[in-house]
Every structure is written in structure tokens, then in C-alpha cells.
Design a protein around this ligand. Structure first.
Ligand code: NDP
Length: 375
């Protein structure tokens, strides 16, 4: 460690902290909640590239992917991202720190970092192959980081980045929506009451879209409070029946997947550029079970055949993915600070209660976000 610190010290703008260990929650193997382990001796993050920053974590948001990754989901793809040349031994990712959302303060900047300085309050969504935010400090690329909205506490800010950058990637980059072309567009969100849904509703409403969501009956009041125009209760019977009676949609964001694909694309306006974007894809399952090469091949074949099948019917079928983006968070910060988007924090936990926070996310039925207060 000391050698690596000496080697990289030329990248620091300022002298780095003297700390070499820090408190963190880690896992040493994949499994259930019992694999979560608190340690005071996690290795302190190190700046290895000149565009990196070290952030002191004040709050960390949890997402369903943290529960899935705790169980080994995506392990093959993450290993490839961390170790593209496959030099390290199997299991070299451990001890692994989870947690994809961070709100905190910059402690140290690499030499090429121009936009940030020490003590800036920032928020970020951490890519799943990087060490997560359930720790006192985390290292990130500056282009993944953004100045935190001034109107939010750290706890509130940590509820937004991962779901927001996912929704942004799905709706803007994949779905082609922007604040200038959204007015009056009819959008259906399948699964509106969770983390991604509650953010997507607010963003689309701020941009003037007409938003319909599916959710369970006991979430109707909750999503209406976020500005939804029309709610369909999926627990009252086959949800596609009431949805088919509505005017057709310009875009569908699917947060649920599975059987929804059998009927959802029939709800789109054909031959108008209408798109179905699903966040529930077999990408990681394929690489986990088939390996990287065969998994990628299988994934490409699946998405291409589905896209073609629906293209001949005049609608577009797409997969949406989380994409880390400081610049998207910059735009989202303006929407937050102007009061167009609110953080939806369902429950907060202390740093000592990380296993309880995981158990909460694992139980499902989210109504917004679960956040862990770290400092
Ligand atoms: P959450 O767990 O926060 O929310 C899911 C919501 O869906 C809950 O409110 C749940 O409430 C509701 N729900 C469950 N079943 C249905 C149903 N049949 N119809 C309508 N609503 C339903 O998840 P997120 O919002 O964070 O994520 C949504 C999905 O997107 C997850 O599957 C996640 O893995 C995926 N995702 C994918 C990403 C990617 O890169 N591809 C990135 C981020 C997320 P209730 O059960 O009470 O109805």
C-alpha cells in the first residue's frame, strides 16, 4: 500500500490523508444477509488516476442491485470490468464493499481534476464494479461526480443518483426524451412506486409529459402525490386489460419485466417512433451462467431478435441500463434545486444498521428509497 501510495502521490494536488484504514461494511463471499461484515480496517481508497477524487461519505443509498450483488449477481461481468486482463485470482474482489449512491464531501482531488476542490459537497452514482459507498470514504472518477443540490440534506441526496442516472439513461439516452420534446407525450411507467419509478414520474412531469403508472392499490395515493396523471392497480386483475382501454403510449418504461413483455408493446402507438424500454434484462444472468463471451453473444442475439420482431410491427424494443454520469446529475441538480424533483426517502438506517437496511430492500414493496447515514 505504501509503495502504491508513493507511486501515485504525483497525482495528488494536496497531501493525502494519513489514514490507511477506515470503517466499512464488506462481504467476503456471496450469500444472504449474514455475509455482511462490519470492519474498522477496510483499506483506505487510493487515487490511482489523476482524474479521481476521494469523497468522505455522509450518506449511502441502497438499491435492489446491492441485494442482488450480495448474492453474486453480475459477478462475472464485474470481474471483467475490474480485471480486464484476468490477472487476479478468482475471488480477488473480496472484501467487497456494496452501496451505489453517495452524498458526501470531497477530501482529495487528483491533479487533473479542475471542476472540483476539497470540501465541495457532492453526490454520485457509483458503477457496480467499483468499491461502494457503505464505507467512510470512496474513490470516484470526477466525471461520475456532481455538486450536490443545495436544497437537499446528504440523506435526501443519497436517495437520488443511482435511480436518477438509470432513469436518465433509459428515458433520455435510450428513449430519446428531452425536456423540449416531452410535452403532451404519453408515457407509461410499469412499476411506478419504487426508486426508479418515483424519480422517473417527477422528471417526466417536470418536462410536461402525461404519465400513467402501474402500482399496487396501496401505492396509488403515494404516486398521485408525485404528480401522476393516471394510475392502474396491478393487483386488481390482469393489468393489461385496463391499460389496453387507454389511448396508446409514446414511451413505456418497464421496471418490472418478465411477463410484461408479452403485452406491453401492444400498448405503443405503432409507426410513430414509439419505444418500449425495459430495465429488466438477462444481461448479467447470461454472463454469470454462460461466461463473458457466450453470455455476450446470447445477449446480443436475444436483444436483436426481440428488436426485429417488434420493429416489423412498427414499435421499438430497447434495453435500458444504469449509466454513471456527473453531467446528468448536474442537470438533475437544477431540477431538484428549482423544486421540480423531490427526494423520496422511505426509510433511513444508521451505519450500524446496514444489515437491517439490506433486509428492508430485500423485502421489496419499496415506496421510494432506503438510505444509510454514514457520518
Ligand atoms: P424498487 O424495488 O425500488 O421498486 C420496485 C417497485 O415495483 C416497488 O414499489 C414494488 O411495489 C413495485 N412492483 C412490484 N411488482 C409490480 C408489478 N407487477 N407491477 C407494478 N409494480 C410492481 O426497484 P427500483 O425502482 O430501484 O428498480 C426497478 C427495477 O429496475 C429493478 O428490477 C431493478 O433491478 C431494475 N434496474 C435495472 C437497472 C439496469 O441497469 N438495467 C438499473 C436500476 C434498476 P409492490 O411490490 O408493493 O407493488
Amino acid at each position: 500500500r505504501n509503495i502504491s501510495r508513493t507511486l501515485v502521490s504525483r497525482f495528488f494536488k494536496t497531501s493525502s490523508s494519513c489514514k490507511s484504514v477506515m470503517p466499512a461494511w464488506v462481504i467476503d463471499k456471496y450469500g444472504g444477509n449474514d455475509v455482511l461484515r462490519f470492519t474498522k480496517n477496510a483499506s483506505f481508497p487510493v487515487i490511482t488516476y489523476p482524474n479521481e477524487v476521494i469523497v468522505k461519505v455522509f450518506a449511502a443509498g441502497l438499491n435492489p442491485i446491492d441485494v442482488s450483488m450480495r448474492g453474486g449477481y453480475g459477478a462475472a461481468t464485474m470481474s471483467m470490468k475490474r480485471d480486464p486482463l484476468n490477472i487476479n485470482q478468482r475471488g480477488s474482489e473480496f472484501p467487497l464493499t456494496l452501496g451505489r449512491d453517495v452524498s458526501g464531501v470531497i477530501m482529495e482531488c487528483g491533479l487533473d481534476v479542475k471542476y472540483f476542490q476539497e470540501r465541495d459537497e457532492v453526490w454520485a452514482a457509483i458503477p457496480p464494479w467499483k468499491r461502494g459507498s457503505l464505507a467512510e470514504f470512496v474513490v470516484l472518477s470526477a466525471n461520475e461526480v456532481s455538486l450536490k443540490p443545495k436544497s437537499l440534506s446528504h440523506t435526501e441526496a443519497a436517495a437520488i443518483p443511482y435511480v436518477a442516472t438509470t432513469a436518465w439513461s433509459a428515458l433520455v439516452n435510450t428513449g430519446g426524451l428531452t425536456k423540449d420534446n416531452c410535452a403532451k407525450k404519453r408515457v407509461l411507467i410499469i412499476g411506478g412506486s419504487g426508486g426508479v419509478g418515483t424519480f422517473a414520474i417527477q422528471m417526466l412531469k417536470a418536462w410536461g409529459a402525461h404519465v400513467t403508472v402501474t402500482c399496487s392499490q396501496n401505492a396509488e395515493h403515494f404516486v398521485m402525490g408525485l404528480g401522476v396523471d393516471h394510475v392502474v392497480d396491478y393487483t386488481a386483475g390482469p393489468v393489461e386489460v385496463p391499460l389496453a382501454a387507454l389511448d396508446k403510449f409514446d414511451l413505456i418504461l418497464d421496471n418490472i419485466g418478465g411477463s410484461t413483455e408479452r403485452w406491453a408493446l401492444n400498448l405503443l402507438k405503432p409507426w410513430s417512433g414509439a419505444k418500449y424500454v425495459t430495465l429488466v434484462t438477462p444481461f448479467f444472468q447470461n454472463t454469470d451462467t454462460l461466461g463473458i463471451a457466450d453470455g455476450m453473444l446470447q445477449t446480443t442475439a436475444t436483444v436483436a431478435s426481440k428488436a426485429l420482431k417488434h420493429l416489423v410491427k412498427g414499435v421499438h424494443y430497447r434495453w435500458g441500463f444504469f449509466a454513471p454520469s456527473g453531467s446528468a446529475l448536474d442537470e438533475i441538480r437544477e431540477m431538484v434545486d428549482s423544486g421540480q424533483i423531490h427526494a423520496v426517502v422511505e426509510e433511513t438506517f444508521s451505519f450500524a444498521q446496514v444489515p437491517q437496511a439490506f433486509a428492508k430492500v430485500e423485502r421489496g414493496h419499496a415506496r421510494g428509497k432506503t438510505v444509510v447515514q454514514i457520518n
